[in-house]
Ligand binder design. Structure first.
Ligand code: CA
Ligand code: CA
Length: 503
């Protein structure tokens, strides 16, 4: 059964769990229409449940990023597998992060630095044309592929899965924005709508549950993409009730933090359409935003719990690889911002849990890993041949021994030739104008003290520079704007002045 919420949370958990058993079992004839498994994957081939959560930072119980995060279902999953505590996205924005994961290619290889259109990703460049998407690779080798919700920037490229539950969208919004009415962002927060079943994430979980309740005569890859806690931070009141405002503690903030930050780093992360921390302090709104984000995370956790319950209750449950990942982090007031779009740790670190049918539970890995590694990891775990086009590396050795040596820093890219390199201790950033940041995450977890100009750390920089990408592909056509600072850079480099808006 789904993990009950403690104390006052309990009643809601019971209501939510009870809905699980009233769902209709749909499309019972679907399995019959699917061709038989190809003989080259055995009947024992594992299924894969692939769960994406949008804009989820480390405010989950198993990462302890916020003391009052409430995520019993994700925490339960974490105890069953391996938690990667130093997992990084490849780009701090939905579209490029997901395009990279699903192609197995770095943003610096494809030039997809900002939002692509799902249906145009394939034709971006020679590298994208030469490799199947992750789910296509599974499909070509005999898997049934299923997708619902946000997998790529919107859903999945048309016609690339056997069954689609649809995109879902951002969810219902009130006629008038509740708290933040600014063009160019969906940002807003508050209690809306009145019930969970009006939320696309609820519908996505229901679709996934139905799939898990059906027989499948082939192994399946089921991809489920949840939208919350992406803005707008709107969920029903009951999720706010679980997070009293008094407990919605704002994260640490240093008013003069930017004094030692290079101009380029500030410019490419400026999002003037979003609230600033100075505004939130002046208007006493910071706790409201923190509360809303925590409420959205708990709501998403509940939907994840419904899917995990259905998997556990299904015949497939015992032979399924589960991977849960967030597409990038999020600032909730640190560095004077409520946004992603930056190379700082708060915007790049992601939750990542991998559970294998035969694997050890309760493992924690501190080595740096990347979402780029998921494509080759899932192939190896499923017993499929490696795809030589993959630029990441399989994490199977770390699943077998999370403490083993792993001398491969993670690389994150925001715009052309602006990169971060993250190892177990340091976070180094190198921008296209040559400016730099360096943080010691052990002694300075909030990244307040930029050490890049300190001679004492020269050798650290040289070491991390070895991991900077050698290729910095031109900005891919058909990709959107990335905010004023990034668009300025792009205009300088290619003269493009007619970019689609950033979302
Ligand atoms: Ca996202
Ligand atoms: Ca600083």
């Amino acid at each position: 059964m789904k993990t009950p919420y403690p104390k006052w949370h309990h009643a809601i958990a019971i209501v939510a769990a009870s809905t699980l058993f009233s769902l209709p079992v749909l499309a019972e004839s679907v399995a019959a229409k699917v061709p038989k498994a190809r003989p080259d994957i055995g009947a024992a081939a594992p299924n894969v449940l692939f769960i994406a959560v949008d804009d989820l930072n480390d405010w989950v119980g198993f990462l302890k990023g916020h003391p009052d995060a409430l995520t019993p279902n994700m925490d339960r999953l974490a105890t069953r597998g391996t938690v990667f505590r130093n997992a990084q996205c490849t780009a701090p924005l939905c579209g490029p992060s997901r395009a990279s994961l699903m192609t197995g290619l770095r943003p610096s290889t494809t030039g997809i630095y900002t939002h692509p259109e799902d249906n145009k990703i394939r034709d971006t460049c020679d590298a994208t044309r030469a490799t199947p998407f992750l789910h296509e690779y599974f499909g070509q080798r005999g898997y049934e592929t299923l997708a619902v919700g946000k997998i790529f920037h919107h859903h999945v490229p048309t016609g690339t899965v056997d069954q689609s539950g649809g995109r879902g969208g951002w969810g219902p919004t009130p006629e008038k924005k509740l708290n933040w009415d600014s063009k160019g962002t969906l940002t807003d927060w508050g209690a809306y709508p009145d019930t969970d079943d009006k939320m696309p994430d609820y519908e996505a979980a229901t679709w996934a549950v139905n799939q898990l309740q059906q027989p499948h005569d082939k192994p399946f890859l089921l991809m489920v993409g949840f939208i919350r806690p992406h803005v707008p931070w709107l969920v029903p009141q009951k999720w706010f009730d679980l997070h009293p405002r008094s407990r919605a503690t704002p994260p640490p903030y240093l008013t003069n933090d930017f004094d030692d930050v290079p101009e380029m780093a500030r410019r490419i992360s400026e999002m003037p359409m979003m609230p600033t921390t100075e505004w939130a302090i002046a208007k006493d709104k910071w706790r409201d935003i923190v509360q809303a984000y925590l409420a959205c995370v708990t709501f998403a956790d509940d939907q994840i719990g419904r899917v995990l319950d259905a998997l556990d209750a299904s015949p497939a449950g015992k032979n399924t690889i589960i991977v849960l990942w967030g597409d990038h982090g999020y600032h909730l007031g640190e560095k004077n911002r409520f946004a992603k779009h930056a190379l700082w740790e708060r915007a790049t670190r992601v939750p990542l849990v991998i559970v294998t049918p035969s694997g050890q539970g309760g493992q924690v890995c501190h080595q740096p890993v990347s979402l780029l590694d998921l494509y080759p990891t899932l192939l190896e775990l499923a017993g499929l041949p490696p795809n030589p086009a993959n630029e990441g590396r399989s994490l199977k050795p770390l699943l077998e021994n999370p403490d083993r040596e792993w001398p491969y820093p993670a690389v994150i890219t925001w715009g052309r030739n602006n990169h971060a390199v993250r190892d177990t201790r340091y976070h180094y950033m190198h921008f296209n104008d040559g400016s730099e940041e360096l943080y010691d995450l052990v002694n300075d977890p909030n990244e307040w003290r930029n050490l890049a100009k300190d001679e004492e750390y020269a050798s650290v920089k040289v070491r991390l520079q070895q991991s900077l990408p050698k290729i910095n592909a031109p900005w891919a056509p058909n990709t959107a704007g990335g905010g004023p600072g990034l668009d300025e850079q792009r205009k300088r480099e290619e003269g493009n002045t007619n970019l689609r808006p950033a979302h």
